[in-house]
Design a protein around this ligand. Structure first.
Ligand SMILES: Cc1cc2nc3c(=O)[nH]c(=O)nc-3n(C[C@H](O)[C@H](O)[C@H](O)COP(=O)(O)OP(=O)(O)OC[C@H]3O[C@@H](n4cnc5c(N)ncnc54)[C@H](O)[C@@H]3O)c2cc1C
Length: 411
């Protein structure tokens, strides 16, 4: 039986670990935290999954929350001028729902599920140095530690990386007590864009204690008027600053958030991410190699909600390619080949994220078309799920042609 070691029990690592155990591999999953520490700690992110990635979870039988929390199926997006007046409004039902389940609950449950299905879970904070021991014992070592901790092992790919500093400062929490003036249904995902200032999101979310709540999150342009979260040191401080920012920048939304409370003390995140693409093969001093997946090698700003979707899809592809590789050696060209195949897809998740982080001029026309033409809006929803389908949106010339065709379709 082939032996695979996976470092990091997160979105990518757990998906791959459970998939490989099901396929008959001997899998050891190394986590720096126990399942209980993850459940009771702070979340690393607040991700929403789109239909294709969510389906991959269903295919593994790890979609344990669908009956309790079917996800959101309505989308509202408003673009405002600097005074907060709405200049453009998009509103639609989603054909296929999106779902956000607290990763603390997911990872806790999946770690136990992995062990129940026959995997070996080892609680150990790994370092690039102590990987040497494991490359000897396993046929393949996959590193899925998320952003940060193994950055020295995977060299930055200077050609694919476009950013040198964060484009947004990020903050978000999980809240009860939102007052939406209607029976609160946990079905509507709301986005407000304040060009040059930032974005505000309200997303239906299933919190770790199995409660439907809302994630209220901000993506602030560094140094702008929304950028008030950098000094936040606790969930309570985040709550207060969030209310203050909404009162200041979107007074009409203040009623919605004025009574909100954090669902638990730890349910908040704050920070900034520089989107980076890294080389997928990590070289250890001995010359042995390991393979990176997920955020460890392809890191997005969360604005276009692609990181966890990507991590899931990459884990799925890597699982398929491991199985197809049979008993052959997992050498550098195999690792690079699998990554390149995934990059054919992921280059578009990066392009989509960039087009929202730094909107080119033609993006305004696309947004206006979304508000007027349901076909364009449908393409946008499909594109969030599968960004290559939006290839025509990413440069001015092809987006012009695309819009001309859509206008003809509408006539
Ligand atoms: C505010 C915010 C909102 C987001 N919203 C979205 C969204 O809407 N949609 C979306 O798709 N994505 C979103 N993301 C991104 C998403 O959370 C990540 O892209 C995704 O979780 C990455 O998966 P991963 O497996 O690579 O890393 P992670 O899920 O971060 O998992 C890494 C795991 O490795 C473990 N680990 C770390 N170091 C070590 C070590 N040394 N030894 C052993 N284990 C270790 C960690 O404890 C963790 O459990 C968001 C992120 C943020 C911050």
């Amino acid at each position: 039986m082939r032996r695979i070691a996976i470092i990091g029990a997160g979105q990518a690592g757990l998906h791959l670990a459970i998939g490989l155990v099901d396929a008959g591999y001997a899998v050891t999953l190394f986590s720096d935290r126990t399942p209980e520490a993850i459940l009771n700690g702070k979340p690393m992110g607040l991700p929403m999954l789109f239909p294709d990635a969510w389906q991959l979870e269903r295919d593994l039988g790890i979609n344990f929350w669908d009956d309790e929390f079917p996800g959101c199926d309505r989308f509202r997006n408003q673009v405002c001028d600097p005074e907060g007046n709405v200049v453009l409004s998009v509103s639609s039902d989603l054909e296929q729902p999106w779902q956000a389940v607290d990763q603390r609950l997911k990872f806790f449950t999946w770690m136990h599920e992995f062990v129940n299905r026959g995997g070996e879970l080892v609680i150990k904070a790994m370092t690039p140095q102590n990987l040497e021991e494991y490359v000897q014992k396993y046929d393949l070592v996959v590193v899925a530690v998320g952003r940060g901790s193994f950055s020295t092992l995977f060299e930055k790919d200077a050609q694919k990386t476009k950013h040198y500093q964060p484009k947004r400062h990020i903050a978000g929490g999980l809240y009860t007590g939102l007052n939406q003036g209607e029976a609160i249904d946990y079905r509507t995902f709301r986005v407000t864009n304040l060009p040059g200032i930032g974005e505000m999101m309200q997303a239906p979310f299933y919190a770790k204690d199995k409660l439907p709540v809302y994630a209220v999150a901000f993506e602030a342009y560094p140094g702008g008027v929304m950028d008030q979260f950098s000094q936040v040191k606790s969930g309570q401080e985040l709550l207060e600053v969030s209310k203050k920012v909404i009162k200041q920048l979107r007074p009409c939304d203040y009623e919605i958030v004025k009574d909100m409370e954090l669902v638990d003390d730890q349910a908040w995140v704050q920070g900034a991410i520089t989107p980076i693409v890294r080389q997928p093969v990590g070289h250890l001093p001995s010359g042995a190699i390991v393979m990176g997946i997920g955020d460890a090698v392809i890191l997005h700003d969360p604005l276009a909600a692609q990181g966890a979707n990507n991590a899931t899809k990459m884990a799925h592809l890597v699982k398929q390619r491991i199985i197809e590789h049979g008993n052959q050696r997992f050498d550098e060209s195999w690792m690079q080949g699998v990554f390149d195949e995934f990059w054919n897809y992921a280059q578009y998740t990066h392009a989509l994220t960039d087009s929202l982080l730094t909107p080119p001029d033609h993006m305004q026309e696309l947004m206006a078309a979304m508000a007027q033409n349901p076909e364009v809006l449908k393409d946008y929803f499909n594109g969030m799920n599968h960004p290559p389908s939006l290839a025509a949106w990413f440069d001015a010339e092809s987006s012009k042609k695309y819009l001309a065709e859509k206008t003809l379709v509408l006539k």
